[in-house]
Write a new protein. Structure first.
Length: 126
């Protein structure tokens, strides 16, 4: 979990429609003690061209200047995996890290390489 302003934030992959692969969103839960958790609205849903087929695996971290970023793998209509960046729209609300997203360009990636955590991918066979 990510600890920020007295709250532990846990992000997880979730399909709100069923217990099968597909329609992957990022679920979001918060806790003050790592025992009692409050589930919040989804942190990210697949609603942009660069992640319309899923908001896949990624990681959240706090940068040295205190900003929070979330790096994740998006999946396009063409089944192309895209590295994406999200950041909270409102840091003053400790229970809500839902926010804005963008596709990572090469220049963004080079600047964020130190903050990059492990991102997984899936390869289509056949």
């Amino acid at each position: 979990p990510l600890y920020y302003n007295g709250w532990y934030h846990l992000f997880y992959q979730y399909n709100p429609d069923s217990a099968v692969w597909g329609n992957i969103t990022w679920g979001h839960a918060v806790s003050r003690d790592l025992i009692h958790w409050l589930h919040l609205p989804y942190a990210m849903v697949p609603d942009q061209w660069y992640d319309i087929n899923g908001v896949w695996t990624g990681s959240a971290t706090i940068l040295p200047d205190g900003r929070i970023i979330m790096l994740y793998t998006g999946d396009t209509y063409d089944v192309v995996q895209v590295q994406c960046l999200a950041y909270p729209a409102n840091l003053s609300d400790p229970s809500s890290l839902n926010g804005s997203r963008t596709r990572i360009t090469r220049s963004w990636y080079l600047r964020l390489v130190l903050a990059l955590r492990t991102l997984g991918t899936r390869r289509r066979l056949g």
